[in-house]
Design a binder for this molecule. Sequence first.
Ligand SMILES: C[S@@+](CC[C@H](N)C(=O)[O-])C[C@H]1O[C@@H](n2cnc3c(N)ncnc32)[C@H](O)[C@@H]1O
Length: 294
Amino acid sequence: MQTQHRVIFGSSQQMPELATGSVQLMVTSPPYPMIEMWDDLFAKADPKIAKLWRKLEAGCGEEAVAQIYDAMHCYLGEIWQETFRVLIDGGVACINIGDATRRLKGKFKLFPNHARVTEICEKIGFTALPYILWKKPTNKPSYKGKGAFLGSGFLPPNAYVTLDCEFILLFRKGNLRKFEPKDPKRYGSAFTKPQRDEWFSQIWTLKGTRQTENEMERRTAAFPDEIAERLIRMFSIEGDVVLDPFLGSGTTIKAAIGYGRNSVGYELDSNFLSIINQKTANSGKGAVVQIIKR
Ligand SMILES: C[S@@+](CC[C@H](N)C(=O)[O-])C[C@H]1O[C@@H](n2cnc3c(N)ncnc32)[C@H](O)[C@@H]1O
């Protein structure tokens, strides 16, 4: 089956290329609020955030930190809202996100991103479903080793637990999807019993791309192919349209090609074009990939 794939270089805050109710599944991993590697992106996306960081530097502690965190989630929220519009009734949204810990102005703080995304998506109208915990076997405590809170050796009580799990949050828009009895595409998309037993259990132990992939993928914090592949096979059928509004290196499109789904990805940074081309070219199966620059 030939499938169609669109890579759109532009912001997914608005997705005018997609009609309302035209997408069956969203699989994505956004920039994580309060993780340092994404500070510049958020500050560029919303000048209010850049201003708040300056306010923090000038000494307005707690209040500015809370406002920065709110504004970052407000930015992501625009994309969850737009995703809700383009999904069909019964469509599923899968959001891979990690919590953050950070010491700001000498004070340690946890930013529970998974909880904030869940609250925002529920307000938009999504139904939250049981989520997956992605456990990375040898995850480093934080970006570039900064803010590693393992410091107290073997002495209680002041050490912090390492964040070595990320969340894969699952949401549904509206009702369960309906199919004709024995729908051939649905039956053609079935998984095996061992796959079902493993994929539908709550903890997935998988290596992150940091341990397996190249420099460009590290720069975009790509998730492993297997995450996108499992989610696509669990929550869509052949011929469906899969959306990734934070495409990065193109992992979701690669997985969609591999499993006979159509796809659309949005990415702000056109420097990822060559890695997206590489990933999608090798996935084969008669896929047509169109690159669109807004
Ligand atoms: C965590 S990375 C995604 C990595 C991806 N899952 C992969 O496997 O390569 C998040 C990406 O979202 C992009 N991004 C941030 N805001 C965006 C927006 N409004 N529209 C489109 N892309 C955006 C960033 O440039 C970054 O590449």
